[in-house]
Design a binder for this molecule. Sequence first.
Ligand code: PGA
Length: 250
Amino acid sequence: MKQSVKLIAGNWKMNGLAADLSAVVHDLKLALQAEPASCRVAICPPATLISRLADAVRDHPIEVGGQDCRAESHGAYTGGVSAAMLKDAGAGLVIVGHSERRQEFGETDLLVSAKAEAAVRAGLAPIVCVGETLQQREAGRAVEVVRGQIMNSLPQAVTGQDFAVAYEPVWAIGTGLTPTLEQIEEVHRAVRAAMLERLGLASAAAPILYGGSVKPENARDILAVPEVGGALVGGASLKAADFLPIIRAA
Ligand code: PGA
């Protein structure tokens, strides 16, 4: 299958203050101005830093993303952030359905689907995350679980829109463990097949990112796996010295 340009997105989670962002963006901009990236590059900082990041990369191709949004457009949801608010702050992307939110906040496929739909409605490109737990993999259910998450977490509204899926095995996130390249290929092929079944050919160009302990040392091999259309990078996106080699590997 023809792959569009890869997307390397940094997920900062609940890390980073203004000074950290300035340092990383300064180094990234310098390096990418000297030698442009051959992939799309995005940073998803905490919501507090989104408008600051958007200002800092105004004349630069680094993209800006949120880490979550509510499904509702507005209302009495103390602490909530809507997709339109992220867009207004300067984001173009938003991660939805990350396993940390599915686990800690009990987010279901249905809710993730509603969030992805809200993102599209607000003009954001959602990055919809899926992935099996260690228990599910050990039971031989990885492909089945991920397939179910795709069928139920991807709303029809993303069809033909700019969006991405991220395959992130829960047991590989922040652990230093990664699946074998064969296991990554097997799941990515299953994800693509489920996307085509659910949304048809109009979504064939949407990249499927791999996420979970992507590092400078393993990025090149992982990004060369068929159907791997980029990476969602947690820990290694917090420092330019780690994030840049991953960008260069794409
Ligand atoms: P990690 O996180 O790269 O630190 O494993 C990835 C993610 O959770 O998106």
